[in-house]
Structure formats: structure tokens, C-alpha cells
Design a protein around this ligand. Structure first.
Ligand code: NAD
Ligand code: WQD
Length: 375
């Protein structure tokens, strides 16, 4: 069956967001709705809340036709079939997945089953309904621990260090193989660096269940007094202050990157030149829709250390963040930041927000919602 063409007005396109109730998906839904796209969110709420959907409506004013929410598991094939039968989905932005690195080493079967099995179920149903346009949430983790900064799309995928990371590498390969076997597939692999921050309204943000694994949610909960002190994992790395350096990117910048990827796929922007190793330039539909595989980093290109983040957050919240130096966390690398020129040149996308703004927006969300969406 032929693939859906995308070079239409946003109002004429329906974008499916599996995992769209989550952190990055909810911010992407806002950016899509603000530009007139119709959005269908499918989420099993395993790591999110239905309140996020209400908040998306509050921010965008979207009605029930513009934004549809379906509580379902992507592994539930009949439920997915119903979604594609009831809605004429033009493209998928695939966020659904489990994402805790440490947990993935304890529960590899659950991670491979959910992330890979779930994606395969969904893509198979999508294909049956003639939708072969996929933007995939990949990660800088696919570059592996040996890669030298800045990470460019020209680098080979490296050796992953945990099952979570391996699900990302596997799905990159799987989606590429789909295209190589059938050149109607249109795939964009977006490799996120470290997303933080929240929508400026303070109504949506990151709401991890239990004790946070990642730096920013942890710092934010120390700032509200919910947690006592931050453990800084190592201060003997070969970095200016000895602490780990990461490329933190504002989640709204990241969300806008997805809109750009969709416009690129539709042939509305960019040249369609193959982007980096593992990318392919395929046939172009009559309307300009591009087929192939595009690979883009989404980062700022700037590294910020753990202690620099603490200082920026102290400024944002107006008081000290207690911290103690701990041992290095196994599996961490010293420095990670992106080369961003491909996304700039081809997608016309450059991150706008700096670390100060990222911390201010995180603080607005966290102080307004100290217990996340649960009140
Ligand atoms: P998140 O946990 O907030 O969002 C993922 C959503 O998927 C959740 O709402 C969860 O309920 C849903 N989900 C999980 N399994 C599902 C299933 N079987 N069926 C239906 N829904 C399911 O995470 P996020 O930070 O928004 O990440 C979104 C995507 O981006 C994930 O694939 C993640 O691996 C990837 N990613 C995230 C980061 C990051 O640091 N946050 C970095 C790189 C890549
Ligand atoms: C950042 C820095 C820590 C917590 C992870 C995944 C990666 C991607 C993004 C999905 C490191 C230090 C942290 C704390 C600390 N996710 N830290 N104390 O590890 O760069 O990336 O999320 O794809 O795959 O691995 O992010 O926020 O956990 O850590 O000192 O309590 O903060 O050591 O240097 P990371 P992070």
C-alpha cells in the first residue's frame, strides 16, 4: 500500500504521538497544536498522567477534534488497529518507551518487550493502514562510550552500555531496514541529548515517578525540600571542575525540532541531502514528500557541568542547593555534547534557550507542582 503524503497544510494532517502524555511528547503536542496540526495521543500512562492531557488543552485551547487522547498500550494490537481505523494517521512521532537506564539492566526482558516489541506491533499496524512515516525518539546514547566529542551524525553507532540504549540502537536499525526493503518508508531518527526544562506556562513538565534518576528532576526536588541533598556523581573527571559535562537542551527547543523534522519529511524545508552515516535519500513523491532515512542530533552543542547546573539552578530558585560529592556512577561518561550543524543546515533548527532559562522554567514547573501532576 502506498504511503501517506505529507506536503499539506497542518490542519489537514493527523499526527499520532504514542507516548504523547509523557515529558517530551506533551511538549511536542503543544508545539504541533499551536501550529494547527491534529494530534492523537496514545499512552498507557505507565509513566505519565492524564492530567498532562488536560494541561495540553489548557495551554493550546485544543478541542476534542484537534486533540484526541486514547489510553492504550502499543503492545495491544487490536487497540492499535482501532486507532488507525478511527483516525486517518498521516505520520507517527514515536515517544512510547521505558527509559530508566538503571532499571533496564535489572529488567531487560521488560525493556526489550515494551520498547522493541511495542514499536514493532505499532509499526506493523501502521503499515497495514498505509502509514509509513515515522519520527523516532532516539538518543545520544547510541554513540556509545568511546565516541569523541562533539558527537557528529557521521560517527558510527557505538557499543551501547545497557538494554535501554540497545533498544534505541535496535530501533534505529529496524526502521532503517524497513526503508531499505521498501523505499516508501520515510524515517527520521532524532538523537536527543539531555532534555530538561518545562513549558513557560509552568503547566507541563517532567514528572518522574519515585526518586528521580536524572540530574535536573533531582536538583529540582532538592530545591523544593522534597529531597535532602544532591549526590554529585564524581568530581575527578577530566573536565574543568571535575564533574560530568552534558549537552542540556530545553524541552521546548526539542519539541520544535520534531515539528521541523516533520516539515523536512514533507519536503517543506531543507535539501533532503542524506544526513550523516546511516542516512539515505530516497524517492520523492509528486507532492514533495521525502522518503529515506534522516539522522539528526538535537542538542545545543554546548557542554555544561553538573556543578554549573547546580549554580544555575541556585540562581533560578534563589537559594542554595545542598550537595555532596559521591563516587562516580557506573556507566557514566565524562563529557557528552552534540555537533548541531546538520540540524541547523537541513532543518533550519537551532536551540534558542540557555541553561539559565532551562533552570528557570524547571523551577516554575517544580515549585508550582511540587508533587507533579498528582497535586
Ligand atoms: P516519558 O516516560 O515521560 O514518556 C514516555 C511515555 O511513553 C510515557 O507517557 C509512558 O506512559 C508511555 N509508554 C511507555 N510504554 C508504553 C506502551 N507500551 N504503550 C503506550 N505508552 C507507553 O519519557 P520522555 O522523557 O518523554 O521520553 C520520550 C522518548 O524519548 C522515550 O522513547 C525516551 O526513551 C526518549 N528519550 C528520552 C530522553 C530523556 O532524557 N528524557 C533522552 C533521549 C531519548
Ligand atoms: C547527567 C549528569 C551524572 C544524577 C541519561 C541517559 C541517556 C539519556 C538522557 C535517554 C551525569 C550527574 C545525575 C544525580 C549526578 N536518556 N548526576 N547526580 O546520564 O547524561 O543521560 O538521560 O536516552 O541515555 O543515560 O543524564 O541526568 O542522569 O546525568 O551527579 O543525582 O549528572 O553523573 O554526569 P545522563 P543524567
Amino acid at each position: 500500500m502506498a504511503n501517506k503524503e505529507l506536503n499539506k497544510k497542518p490542519e489537514e494532517l493527523t499526527i499520532l504521538l504514542p507516548g504523547g502524555a509523557g515529558y517530551i511528547g506533551s511538549h511536542t503536542a503543544v508545539e504541533l497544536l499551536d501550529r494547527g496540526y491534529k494530534v492523537v495521543i496514545v499512552d498507557n500512562l505507565s509513566n505519565s498522567s492524564k492530567v498532562a492531557i488536560d494541561r495540553i488543552r489548557q495551554i493550546t485551547g485544543a478541542n476534542d477534534e484537534q486533540l484526541v487522547f486514547i489510553e492504550a498500550d502499543i503492545l495491544d494490537r487490536p487497540a492499535m488497529d482501532k486507532v488507525f481505523t478511527n483516525y486517518s494517521v498521516d505520520a507517527i512521532i514515536m515517544f512510547a518507551g521505558l527509559k530508566a537506564v538503571g532499571e533496564s539492566t535489572q529488567k531487560p526482558l521488560e525493556y526489550y518487550w515494551n520498547n522493541v516489541g511495542g514499536a514493532l506491533t505499532l509499526f506493523d499496524v501502521a503499515r497495514e493502514h498505509g502509514c509509513k512515516n515515522v519520527i523516532f525518539s532516539s538518543s545520544a546514547t547510541v554513540y556509545g562510550e568511546e565516541a569523541q566529542v562533539p558527537f557528529t551524525e557521521e560517527l558510527e553507532r557505538g557499543k551501547t552500555t545497557n538494554p535501554y540504549g540497545e533498544t534505541k540502537a535496535m530501533l534505529e536499525r529496524i526502521l532503517t531496514d524497513f526503508y531499505l526493503a521498501d523505499d516508501e518508508w520515510s524515517v527520521v531518527l532524532l538523537r536527543y541529548f539531555n532534555p530538561i526544562g518545562a513549558h513557560e506556562s509552568g503547566l507541563i513538565g517532567e514528572d518522574p515517578k519515585g526518586i528521580p534518576n536524572n540530574l535536573l528532576p533531582y536538583v529540582a526536588q532538592v530545591a523544593t525540600g522534597k529531597l535532602k541533598e544532591l549526590g554529585v556523581f564524581g568530581n575527578d573527571y577530566p573536565t574543568p571542575d571535575g564533574t560530568g559535562v552534558r549537552d542540556f537542551i530545553h524541552v521546548v527547543d526539542l519539541a520544535v525540532g520534531h515539528v521541523k523534522a516533520l516539515e523536512w519529511m514533507a519536503g517543506k524545508i531543507g535539501t533532503g541531502e542524506p544526513i550523516g552515516r546511516g542516512s539515505y535519500q530516497g524517492p520523492v513523491s509528486e507532492d514533495g514528500t521525502r522518503h529515506g532515512v534522516g539522522v539528526f542530533n538535537l542538542g545545543t552543542g554546548k557542554g555544561t557541568s553538573v556543578l554549573e547546573v547546580v549554580a544555575a539552578f541556585e540562581k533560578a530558585c534563589g537559594h542554595k542547593i545542598p550537595y555532596a560529592i559521591k563516587d562516580r556512577r557506573p556507566g557514566d561518561i565524562a563529557v557528552c555534547y552534540a555537533a548541531c550543524d546538520k540540524a541547523r543546515d537541513e532543518l533550519g533548527w537551532v536551540a534558542q534557550y540557555d541553561i539559565a532559562r532551562m533552570c528557570e522554567d524547571t523551577w516554575r514547573w517544580q515549585s508550582g507542582n511540587p508533587n507533579g501532576y498528582e497535586g
